[in-house]
Design a protein around this ligand. Structure first.
Ligand code: GRF
Length: 190
């Protein structure tokens, strides 16, 4: 059987893109990353994509009249590349009707909290401000809501301190384990 084909959407650093691309290259995910999409041309993820030889689509949302317009452009690339699964990895936009309609149940996201707690931006900061003692990471299906789709997998990270610089690497390290493992698990359901 042909390998499943993944597109990763990212707006920034791209460490989760790299975790997925690396797991594919090492055979830990039985799929191929065929496309990397960014809404921030020049973001660091573009360097990582180059390293892995993954073609980039870079676009500026403000060059389009609407979300539907740029998602239609993206959908063309996704179809052309026969993409089976979209993995959002630090993509700082809500997915709209065009992509949701075409890829329902085949768009997933990673979020650095134990959802449904601390949705939205700076989840780690929100949790630190709250003084939580168990942090975490969630992978979930994407729907019209912000970080609100059905949960697929989670990992808890007990941490009693308040030092963001100490906590953040712990969270990201867990993301880089959980996301590839979850992708591999759901591939068979596609
Ligand atoms: C991660 O913390 C992810 O959970 C969140 O955005 C961050 C992206 O990091 N959605 P990176 O760009 O993959 O390094």
């Amino acid at each position: 059987m042909d390998k499943k084909r993944i597109a990763v959407f990212a707006s920034g650093n791209g460490s989760n893109f790299e975790a997925i691309a690396k797991a594919c290259a090492e055979g830990k995910i039985d799929a191929e990353v065929v496309l990397c999409v960014t809404d921030r041309p020049g973001a660091y993820v573009t360097k990582r994509a180059e390293k892995f030889g993954v073609p980039m689509i870079e676009f500026r949302p403000k060059d389009f009249a609407s979300k539907a317009d740029f998602e239609t452009m993206l959908l063309g690339h996704l179809r052309e590349n026969k993409v089976d699964l979209i993995c959002l990895a630090g993509y700082m936009r809500i997915i709209g009707d065009v992509l949701l309609g075409a890829y329902e149940g085949r768009i997933i996201n990673i979020h650095p909290s134990l959802l449904p707690a601390f949705q939205g931006a700076d989840a780690i900061g929100q949790a630190l401000n709250y003084g939580v003692k168990v942090f975490g990471v969630t992978v979930h299906y994407v729907d019209h809501t912000l970080d609100g789709g059905k949960i697929i997998s989670q990992v808890a990270i007990p941490y009693e301190g308040s030092d963001r610089e100490e906590l953040e690497p712990l969270v990201h390290a867990q993301e880089h384990i959980l996301y590839p493992a979850t992708v591999q698990n759901i591939l068979k359901k596609l």
